[in-house]
Structure formats: C-alpha cells, structure tokens
Design a protein around this ligand. Structure first.
Ligand code: AGP
Length: 609
C-alpha cells in the first residue's frame, strides 16, 4: 500500500513532491524516492527510511526539475532497501515508474524480458513495469503504457515519465486508487486527495482500466484500449488545514479529541427530533428493496470489522434483522450463501481496502443491495456500492483508526434506526429516544476526554508490561476488541480481547500478576455476568482495570482501578467506553517512544490482498 505522486506545473518541484509524499506517508513508510526531469535529463534519489530521510538527502544534495514523480513504500516484493525503493527505471535510465500494488505475473514477465536482453537491478515486481513500457516505447509514452498495462496481471496504480517524450506524466489504474488534481496551470496525480488539496479541490478519480496522459495544461483520459473518456470533475469539500496536527503531538491524539465533533457531523442533517425520524434518503435504497430485506451481512476488516460487530447488535436490536459480521478477507473466498433478501453492508474508512472491495464485488450481483459505510468521498467502495452512507470524520491521518470507528458506529446506528423505522420494527417514540441519547453523546465523550490526564497517569504505570487481556460482553465486546487492537498496533504490546464469557474456556490460563486485564463493564444486560468474570480473575490474583459507569458505586469494590464514563443508553455505551481504551493505548505507546502515527509494518489503507 504505497503512495504515488506526480506533478507538472510552475511550482518548485522537489518541495511539492516531498510535501505531497509526507501527506501520503501513512500509506507506507519503509523507503521513498523521487525522480525529476530537468532539461531532458532524469535524476533519481531513493532512500531507505521515511520521507524525513529523503528530505534530508535532498537538502544535502538538491535536485531540480520541471516535472517528476515521487513514491513512499510499503514493501510487498523485495525487502525495504535503497535499491528496492521506487522510482524504478528501464535499461536506459530515461524511463521511470512509481507503482502501488502487486504485479502477480512479474516473474513470467521478468523471465521473458531478461531473455530479450533487459537487465534487472532489483527484487521488486515494479521494475518489470519499467522494462515492459521500454519494450513497447516508440516515442509515445501513453501508447507504451497502454500496451504494457494490457500485459500486467494484478493490482496497479502506476505513473510513468520518459525523457524521450518530455513534459508528460502517464498514469494507469487497475485496483489501487489514483486521483488526478486539475489545478490552474498545474496538474497533480496521487494515490489519494490529501496531497492534492493544497493545490486544488478539483479532482478526477480514475476507475479500473482507465488512464490519464497529463501535461501542464491538464489531462486526457482514456481506457486501456485508447478510447477517450469524458470524466466527471469532482470538487472536494475538505480543506488542507484538516490534515494538520493543530498543536497535538500526534495525529492520533488529535483524532481522538475530534470524536465529539465527528459524532455531531455524522448526525448532522440526518436526524429529525420533531418527527422522531432518521433521514437517510441519501443512501438511495427504495422502499421496495427495504421491504425485501430479511437479513443483513456486514463485511469489513480491522477496526471497521469491530464497528461492524457493534452494527450487528444495532441491526438486531433496533431493526429486528438477523445480522452476521464477516472478515472480508475470509468472506471473499468462502462459498457464501446469500440471496436477494440479503442487505450487504460494507464498512471501510479508506474505501479502498482490497479485501472489502472484492467482497463487495462478489456479493453485489447476489444480494438485495450493497450499502457502503465509508469516510472517503468517491472512493472505489463508495463508487461501486448501490448506496453510500458517508461518515463525516474528515481525513484520518493516524494509521490507527480512532475517530472513524466512532463515526462508523454513528452511521450504523442511524442505518439500523432507519431500517427499523421503515420496516415498522420501531415506533417513532423508540427512535426518538435513541436519537435524543445520540445527540447527547458528543457532550458525554467530551466529559470522558476531560479525564485524559487520569488515563495518562494510569498508563504510566503499565508502560513496561508485555501482555494485556481485554474483556467485554454484548456491545462492550467490540469496544474491548478495539482497545486491544489499538494497543497492539501502536505500542507493539501483545494484547488479546475476548468475549467475557469465553475467558473461562481457555484465556483464563493466561491470568497472572504479569497479565493485567482491562474489562469493559458498563451497567447493562450483561453487567452481572461481567462481575462473575471479574471475580474469576480476582480469584487468580489478576490485576483489573475497569471501564465502567461513573455512577456505579459497586464496581470499585471488585476491581483495582476504575476508568469512569458517563451513564448512557446501554446500546450506545461503546461510544464512551472505547475512548479511555484509545487514550490508554496512545499514552503507553507515546511513553514508550513508539512512532504512534506510523507504527511499524502497518499502512493506513490496505490496497493489496
Ligand atoms: C485500524 O487501526 C487499522 N488501521 C486497520 O485495521 C484498518 O481498520 C483496516 O485496515 C481496515 O481499513 P478500512 O476501514 O480503510 O477498510
């Protein structure tokens, strides 16, 4: 899941490429590079490590050019190294490519090209693309890329330049995202909109099998057969400031503190308290489709999967629809059974996760409708679903998802209320009750955030621990899973989450003085059951930290530490209980000096399998 960028225009090139790569760095950050063309000569600089290393190298030994490419890498083929870093070149060194994706037939192509005399320098799949374009190059870079693209199997968003067809960038998409920004006398191509926003809000999203030939005056769009395309230019409402840290030490902490606003923004314009109604016509599901729905299948990965687990409970309890939740990476290879009475809900903050996109495509022809819950305007998943429910969380830069989890739960609760209402499973007064509680969530989350210092002080006592167990039941199970995932992702500490009732079937064997347990235990239908689990841990001298209701006078007698959250409707407790868990993970990671926003081995958007 790399980040690619290309720029052609009047601005000083290298700073544009480097600043752009910084905004793409969350996509992969093990190595980076740029290629610039100056008076027909191509210069390349690659480094092992982060954009800061590249920036330092360019400061020490500057490059100049009038147009060029950049890349930040998340290694798939070939270990992170300067040699394997992008951009990659052909035999002449005058044709250069950057690539995001995986070329599945690269070994066959490499063998053939080698037999034809091409010399390879790296272990990567990407280098094959440069030599394949070289093979077909007859002076027209667009034509050569088109021919090469037809021979590539797998996922690719690739951008190419060639000094023998100057002042042109050619980009082709098949799978991973590629966006073209149309500025005033300048054109940018990128893996996502973040680097483009500082230059223009006018963008064109390429679809699979499409390409663009870019020069300083704009772009010409065709498909892989060369047929011209009249592409829609979209205007993005996000402003560049939204992707700044605003004084916070890390994007993740900023994004945790943005959650009250995110809930408000995701509820905005979708709630009518007067009518006790949810207004979700934007999804575009007809009454006919809704009436047909007999079950729901929720499909996602990672944190979005955890939001899906909360969504499952919302759908069952509010819409009275049987619902299942599936890992997209498993679902797409199962012989799943689904019919025209099945509503599929796919959840993805980035809207580009390859497994979720594939699961969407596999289920689309076989279900009643696919609704996408996503944060990324016009992302592949948004474009391909039957209906879209956008989470209005704004750009999320920290690799560990936080505010988008909360925004997804907000959207899923609204969807469940809407389905419940439209299917007559819920009366207006029931809907109103939940909606009024949801309107109060932002303030309650602010109250949890106002105790962030207490969580920080607590976390300081646990920085040196190597194992944590997280437990929750019913709606608190997704919150526990999310807490454990956050700790794993950013602090590299081993953490496991279990449904409380599952603990005695194995995980309880892990309990000892070196394995603290975080229990999520708000007052709800399973509270007493959680108290029994707590007693089972205490009986084995386990140390317990509990996220519990602030009015709960009882819990403190059963556990060692309480992280209090305001009282709330039982169904909505994950909105509050997840926040101390996010902060706890953040504080431990920050105190351990971890790279909180860009944890090792991870990437923000997983666009390959
Ligand atoms: C969560 O912190 C991770 N970044 C990861 O698990 C993520 O949730 C997963 O890759 C799914 O991403 P998506 O929501 O963009 O599809």
């Amino acid at each position: 899941m790399c980040g690619i960028i290309g720029y052609i225009g009047p601005k000083s090139l290298v700073p544009v490429l480097v600043e752009g790569l910084k905004k793409l760095e969350y996509r992969g950050y093990d190595s980076a590079g740029v290629a610039v063309v100056d008076g027909g000569a191509v210069s390349i600089r690659r480094v092992l490590g982060k954009i800061a290393v590249l920036e330092e190298s360019l400061r020490a030994d500057p490059l100049r050019g009038s147009y060029g490419l950049g890349h930040t890498r998340w290694a798939t083929h070939g270990r992170p190294s300067e040699t394997n870093a992008h951009p990659h070149i052909d035999c002449t060194g005058e044709l250069v490519v950057v690539h995001n994706g995986i070329i599945e037939n690269y070994l066959d192509l490499k063998k053939r090209l080698r037999e034809e005399g091409h010399r390879f320098r790296t272990e990567t799949d990407t280098e094959v693309i440069a030599h394949l374009i070289e093979k077909h190059f007859r002076g027209d870079l667009g034509a050569a890329v088109r021919t090469a693209a037809a021979e590539l199997e797998g996922a690719f968003a690739v951008a190419a330049i060639a000094s023998r067809d100057p002042r042109k960038i050619v980009v082709a998409k098949n799978g991973p995202p590629a966006v073209v920004g149309l500025g005033d006398g300048e054109t940018i191509v990128s893996s996502d909109i973040n680097p483009i926003l500082v230059h223009t809000s006018k963008v064109v999203f390429l679809e699979d099998g499409e390409m663009a030939v870019i020069d300083g005056n704009g772009a010409k769009f065709t498909d892989f057969r060369g047929i011209p395309l009249d592409k829609k230019v979209e205007t993005i409402g996000w402003n560049p400031l939204m992707i700044e840290k605003r004084g916070f030490k890390h994007f993740m902490l900023k994004e945790i503190f943005e959650q009250p606003e995110v809930i408000r923004d995701t509820l905005m314009g979708r709630v009518s308290l007067d009518a006790g109604e949810v207004l979700l016509d934007e999804i575009g599901l007809t009454e006919g489709v809704l009436a047909k729905v007999r079950r729901a299948v929720v499909i996602a990965c990672g944190t979005s999967y955890h939001a899906g687990l909360a969504g499952q409970i919302f759908l069952e309890t509010l819409a009275k629809i049987p619902a299942s939740v599936e890992y997209a990476s498993e679902f797409r290879y199962r012989d799943f059974l689904m019919d025209k009475e099945t509503l599929v809900v796919v959840i993805s903050q980035s809207g580009e996760t390859a497994d979720t996109l594939a699961a969407l495509r596999a289920s689309k022809p076989r279900c009643a409708a696919v609704v996408a819950v996503t944060n990324a305007v016009s992302s592949s998943i948004a474009r391909e679903a039957h209906g879209v429910l956008y989470t209005h969380a704004g750009p999320e830069i920290g690799v560990a998802a936080t505010k988008t989890f909360t925004a997804q739960m907000t959207a899923l609760a609204l969807l469940a209320l809407d389905l419940g209402q439209k299917r007559g499973a819920l009366e207006a007064k029931d809907v109103l009750g939940i909606l009024e509680e949801m309107q109060r969530l932002p303030h309650k989350v602010e109250r949890v955030l106002s105790r962030a210092k207490d969580v920080e002080d607590l976390a300081a006592r646990f920085v040196s621990f190597s194992h944590f167990l997280y437990l929750g039941r019913w709606v608190s199970f997704p919150a526990a899973l999310e807490g454990a995932l956050k700790l794993k992702e950013i602090s590299y500490i081993h953490a496991e989450a279990y449904a409380g009732g599952e603990m005695k079937h194995g995980p309880i064997a892990l309990i000892d003085e070196k394995m603290p347990t975080l229990v999520v235990v708000p007052k709800d239908r399973v509270y007493e059951k959680m108290l029994s689990n707590i007693a089972e841990i205490k009986a084995r001298a386990g140390y317990i930290l509990a996220v519990a209701g602030e009015a709960d006078a009882e819990i403190a007698r059963h556990v060692d530490v309480v992280l209090p959250v305001p009282e709330v409707h039982p169904l909505l407790s994950p909105f509050l209980t997840v926040v101390p868990l996010q902060l706890f993970a953040y504080d431990i990671a920050a105190k351990r000096g971890a790279d909180v926003d860009q944890p090792r081995n991870l990437a923000k958007s997983v666009t390959v399998e």
